[in-house]
Write a protein that binds this ligand. Structure first.
Ligand SMILES: NC(=O)c1ccc[n+]([C@@H]2O[C@H](COP(=O)([O-])OP(=O)(O)OC[C@H]3O[C@@H](n4cnc5c(N)ncnc54)[C@H](OP(=O)(O)O)[C@@H]3O)[C@@H](O)[C@H]2O)c1
Length: 284
């Protein structure tokens, strides 16, 4: 995967907060940086001269990425191995957040989904999903906002999903965790309206990462045009951060889908959604 020199580089020469590269050092923490959207955040932010703390469970992947980014951008890139589905992992990152005076951006990106009929899914996995997608995100947002509010600046990007806009039969827990993130992020953003601190709710649609494989989701019927690359998702997010947008839905197709999902009554959305998935399941 390329880490420099593509079309986003000129536009992203300034930081999301408007400060030119070469100014005082600013640190971003990216969770789930070992793959997919988180990795793309790490690459983009490194190119914009941010220092980085990369967080995930897979040490080898993170070390490799950190070495690549240091070589290309000569910035501070630290690795924190943590399972954010565990209390110990979340608390370790909270402590790190409190300890970093130059922290300016937290990207709460780590997340996973489960798919299938809810009663047939593994109960422990459903709990882990809720712990990672909800509990860790709340605690880490709180830890970062304490510091940001004191300083009067700083940003949190919470990675949600279009799946959070309506109940999602057959990905019920995942959709519900993202609905939580949607509501939570918008509410806290309003509380901090005039504080100088920003929150962003990033709601991607289908994105080419390891997510679908981890979720065991069948995507063969998803049309080619519906997919986005993680780098494009991140470019939309960072452009939105520069503009101060609260809700970012990357891609024109996803924006349209997001508007439709929000307009449709939830009874209709959940019935149509469930019927489509049942039809797919019955085909085997
Ligand atoms: N891809 C999509 O279609 C899509 C659409 C909408 C929203 N999203 C959201 O985008 C975010 C990123 O997902 P992705 O698509 O980039 O998926 P991905 O390629 O599977 O990456 C997920 C990342 O989360 C990390 N992670 C998973 N469990 C973790 C844990 N217990 N502790 C710490 N880190 C953990 C993984 O690292 P380790 O395994 O190394 O820990 C990995 O770096 C998620 O919040 C997801 O819900 C994705």
């Amino acid at each position: 995967m390329s880490i420099s020199g593509d079309s986003g580089s000129a536009r992203s020469a300034s930081r999301p907060d408007g400060e030119a590269a070469g100014g005082p050092r600013r640190l971003a923490v990216v969770t789930g940086a070992s793959a997919g959207i988180g990795r793309a955040f790490a690459e983009r932010l490194a190119r914009e001269a941010w220092d980085l703390v990369l967080v995930a469970r897979r040490r080898e992947r993170l070390e490799e990425l950190a070495t690549e980014l240091r070589a290309a951008h000569v910035r501070r890139v630290d690795v924190l191995i943590a399972d954010l589905g565990s209390s110990a992992g979340v608390r370790a990152l909270e402590a790190r957040i409190a300890d970093e005076p130059t922290l300016e951006l937290l990207v709460n990106n780590a997340g996973f989904g489960t798919s299938g009929p809810f009663v047939e899914l593994d109960r422990d996995a459903e709990e882990q999903e809720t712990r990672l997608n909800v509990v860790a995100l709340v605690r880490l947002t709180h830890a970062a906002l304490e510091a940001f509010r004191r300083r009067g600046h700083g940003s949190v990007i919470n990675v949600s999903s279009l799946a959070g806009f309506q109940p999602s039969p057959y990905t019920a827990t995942y959709g519900a965790t993202k609905a939580f993130v949607n509501s939570f992020t918008q509410a806290v953003s309003e509380e901090l309206r005039d504080s100088g601190v920003r929150l962003q709710l990033l709601c991607p649609g289908f994105t080419r990462t390891e997510f679908q494989e981890v979720a065991g989701a069948r995507t063969e019927e998803v049309p080619e045009f519906a997919w986005m690359e993680p780098e494009a998702v991140v470019d939309a997010s960072l452009a939105g951060l520069r503009r101060g947008d609260l809700i970012v839905i990357p891609g024109a197709g996803n924006k349209l889908l997001g508007a439709m999902l929000r307009a449709v009554p939830s009874a209709a959305a959940r019935r149509v959604g469930a019927a489509l998935i049942r039809r797919r399941l019955s085909k085997g």
